[in-house]
Ligand binder design. Structure first.
Ligand SMILES: [Zn+2]
Length: 426
């Protein structure tokens, strides 16, 4: 049992607010939330007692869309038009990846997630065994998203992966999916729809990221990507759509009706000049909104605080309304909304029986003072320097600037850098 005491708790349970209480964890679960009696304290054996010193404990952040191993492209291909960036820089370099490279490049990404209080990533990429090894080795949670593209023969790969990675490890799960409409044949997308029905499972993919993508899809199928996916039965059991920058009213109705989460990636959408998603309209339509960084090639940071700030401020400007997209709804998207989009039903709030995926926010910093409203402090003035501790499945992976991920940080940096120089020379 680990005891967190002498601080406050933001459970993120609706209308719960900030509570002055303790949180105890037992194994990978939260075992107690409240004010303990003297008797309870005397009868409980704690392996560790962590003095919060007035700081705040809350659910960890969930990065609901990323391509972790793309750390190798950070600051390698920037300031280029999207098509050149993708076809001249990203695809040729990606062709050089292998298991070992993906392992170390993912290890690097996980360090960065932990520094921003994030304990889970909804990751779409290749070399899944190596990716899983990097996550499990670090103690980090991940939901793998199917990344198949091309023709219908790839559907069996998605089905094999679905069976292989679900139930393999408590930290790992796999959601059916494909890369995007513009990289898949209609037959492949239809086959994923069939799998969704066969397993009564949700599906996820990039959707409506750019206007160009939507226009081309309408040209091909006389439907938007959202309408096309719905017509193929892909959303029959819910799912998640990454980006959702260019949606119609009908698209939003489909997402709501089919219980599909919209994963908002504001920094990536800005950097690749894709546009600004209309989060206010999604919220009005009752769609679950989650937040993601997208990959480090198109962001380039893996920082949930930056995403939260961009989410709210962009909506205020887009809607010419400073009351749009309030801090509470943003913090919800980064935590509870993300867990929901990733189908991590036990990782959303601080409550007994839930997974011990949590973060301690350091309030003893100028940007967290005064404490008029902690939710607003976190969203509007908070940053990753406020992350004092990150715990995933009951294990402390990051605390006071130090990592506990089963590997030396300097080794991870050195491996990542040598991999990148090799790849440039090949
Ligand atoms: Zn993406």
């Amino acid at each position: 049992m680990i005891r967190f005491y002498n601080g406050s708790v933001l459970t993120m349970i609706e209308n719960d607010g900030v509570r002055s209480c303790e949180v105890w964890t037992d194994g990978d679960r939260i075992a107690f939330v409240g004010v303990p009696s003297q008797k309870q304290l005397e009868e409980t054996v704690f392996e560790r007692q962590i003095d919060l010193k007035g700081d705040l404990l809350m659910p960890s952040f969930k990065n609901a869309h990323t391509h972790s191993a793309m750390t190798f492209l950070r600051s390698y291909a920037d300031d280029m038009p999207l098509q050149d960036w993708l076809f001249k820089q990203v695809f040729p370099m990606e062709a050089k990846l292998n298991d070992e490279r993906v392992y170390w490049l993912t290890r690097l990404a996980i360090l960065e997630y932990l520094t921003s209080g994030c304990t889970a990533a909804f990751d779409m990429y290749f070399n899944l065994d190596a990716y899983v090894d990097a996550c499990v080795g670090s103690g980090f949670r991940s939901v793998l998203c199917g990344s198949v593209s091309g023709g219908p023969e790839r559907a069996s790969e998605a089905e094999d992966n679905f069976k292989k990675y679900n139930g393999k490890n408590p930290l790992i799960s796999y959601i059916l999916g494909f890369h995007a409409e513009y990289t898949c044949s209609k037959e492949l997308m239809a086959a994923i729809g069939e799998l969704a029905k066969k397993y009564q499972a949700p599906a996820a993919m990039h959707s409506s990221e750019t206007k160009h993508e939507v226009d081309e899809c309408i040209g091909r199928y006389k439907m938007t990507p959202t309408q096309l996916f719905d017509s193929l039965g892909i959303y029959d059991f819910g799912g998640a759509a990454f980006h959702c920058v260019h949606l119609t009213d009908e698209d939003r109705q489909i997402l709501k009706k089919r219980n599909v989460s919209a994963v908002h990636c504001p920094a990536s959408n800005l950097k690749l000049a894709s546009g600004i998603a209309d989060i206010v309209k999604m919220q009005q339509a009752g769609i679950n909104v989650a937040l993601g960084t997208d990959g480090p090639a198109s962001n380039n940071a893996l920082d949930m605080f930056r995403e939260m700030y961009l989410m709210t401020t962009l909506q205020k400007v887009k809607n010419e309304d400073a009351s749009a997209c309030d801090a509470q709804s943003v913090l919800r998207a980064a935590t509870v909304g993300g867990a929901q989009a990733m189908f991590l039903k036990d990782c959303d709030v601080i409550a007994v029986g839930k997974q011990a995926d949590l973060v301690v926010i350091d309030l003893q910093r100028p940007n967290m003072q005064p404490q008029n409203n902690l939710v607003k402090n976190i969203v509007y003035s908070g940053d990753k320097t406020n992350v004092r501790l990150t715990m995933c499945a009951g294990r402390v992976l990051y605390e006071e600037g130090e990592f506990f991920v089963g590997e030396q940080v300097q080794t991870i940096y050195a491996k990542a850098n040598s991999i990148i120089s090799e790849m440039k020379q090949e």
